[in-house]
Design a protein around this ligand. Structure first.
Ligand SMILES: Cc1cc2nc3c(=O)[nH]c(=O)nc-3n(C[C@H](O)[C@H](O)[C@H](O)COP(=O)(O)O)c2cc1C
Length: 365
């Protein structure tokens, strides 16, 4: 049977990946209410198509924070991708390059940032930063990302303390011993490099990540790096204002794939109000629950300029390595193009809030 959508890849990956590994990658925080909501909330938005417009030349080219792209669809940072398939981060970075979208590399990757840069020179790459208690280690990560040609630093703001994932407590997932966190090299970094000695990823993160970080650290980062800083994990208007005022060039509206605090809103629920207040001041981007082209279209219509997927790329890797990741991105890209054709939008800049309505509008009719 051909795999024709992300859901097909997800089902196939669930069959392939051993249970304790799968649970780490699949799961969300707490009762997984927000995990389901991230996907479900898209269904509450309807697309309003316009017809009899020449849609022969649909084009998804766009420019995000200086990166010229063929598509607004990109790959969100996810940890330790070589656990899923040996192609890992390099496979995903090359897949993003193939469709002309952004690849964001996680701090906790199983391939070093330099190796990824070397293996995928033509992909637009951003580096996701966790702030470690060891500040000189954090600083060296930023400098290395600058030197290796990454085009932005994505500071994750929602993970000073790790979320409580029941799957982690049950299965205590650990990085297999043949893999390492390869952004950490040398003696000084050996604690950060290895998960050995910790009972699982949660204990590792809580021991290594700096829980005392505040907006003053964003201020520090903005001044420290020559690259644009993007705050990832914004869910409220107030934090969007702060990100802007502390000098971030962009934000990613994200709830960390619902892996941090359960009961937070779906990201698509909060996107419109955030765009409303800071959409003219900075680049608003989005992730969480995106599984098809219509989801991408809806996020763009609500004001996002780029839309990232996390788990779908892991399922692509699990099924067929880099080729699977490429296929997942191609499927969603083709679905976006089809959605644009069928709704009368030729360019991504044509996709505006005129093309979308929340279901509550219909209940008033
Ligand atoms: C297994 C897994 C690992 C993740 N690792 C990171 C990470 O290292 N850094 C980070 O900022 N976000 C991380 N995230 C969150 C993603 O960047 C992204 O916000 C989320 O996956 C988007 O939701 P989606 O999976 O529904 O597309 C991770 C998510 C998953 C599922």
């Amino acid at each position: 049977m051909a795999l024709v959508c992300v859901e097909d890849y997800e089902k196939e990956a669930f069959r392939n990946i051993p249970k304790n590994t799968l649970e780490f990658y699949r799961s969300g925080a707490g009762s997984e209410f927000s995990l389901a909501l991230n996907v479900d909330a898209f269904k509450r938005w309807r697309i309003l198509p316009r017809f009899l417009r020449d849609v022969g030349g649909v084009n998804t080219a766009c420019s995000i924070l200086g990166c010229k792209l063929s598509t607004p669809i990109g790959v969100a940072p996810t940890a330790m991708q070589r656990v899923i398939h040996d192609d890992g981060e390099i496979g995903n970075a090359r897949a993003a390059g193939k469709v002309g979208g952004i690849f964001i590399l996680s701090t906790v990757s199983t391939t070093s940032l330099e190796e990824v840069a070397k293996a995928a020179p033509n992909t637009s790459k951003w580096f996701q930063l966790y702030i470690y208690k060891d500040r000189s280690l954090t600083e060296s990560l930023v400098r290395r990302a600058e030197n290796a040609g990454y085009k932005a630093i994505v500071m994750t703001i929602d993970c000073a303390h790790f979320g409580a994932r029941r799957a982690d407590a049950r299965y205590k997932f650990k990085l297999p011993s043949h893999l390492g966190l390869l952004n950490f090299q040398g003696d000084r970094a050996s604690n950060a490099k290895s998960m050995q000695g910790f009972s699982g990823i949660q204990e590792y993160a809580n021991a290594q990540y700096d829980q005392s970080i505040t907006w003053a650290d964003v201020d520090w980062l903005v001044k420290f790096t020559k690259l644009p800083v993007i705050a990832k994990g914004v869910l409220t208007r107030e934090d969007a204002f702060l990100a802007r005022d502390y000098g971030c060039k962009g934000i990613i509206v994200s709830n960390h794939g619902a892996r941090q605090l359960d009961s937070v809103p779906a990201t698509i629920e909060v996107l419109p109000t955030i765009v409303d207040v800071v959409g003219n001041d900075m680049t608003i981007m989005f992730d969480g629950g995106v599984r098809q082209g219509t989801d991408v279209f809806k996020a763009l219509a609500l004001g996002a300029k780029a839309v990232f997927m996390g788990r779908p790329l892991l399922w692509g890797l699990a099924v067929n390595g880099q080729k699977g990741a490429e296929h997942v991105l191609e499927l969603v890209q083709r679905d976006l193009e089809l959605t644009m054709k069928l709704s009368g939008c030729v360019n991504v800049s044509d996709i505006t809030k005129d093309y979308i309505a929340h279901e509550s509008q219909f209940s008033k009719l």
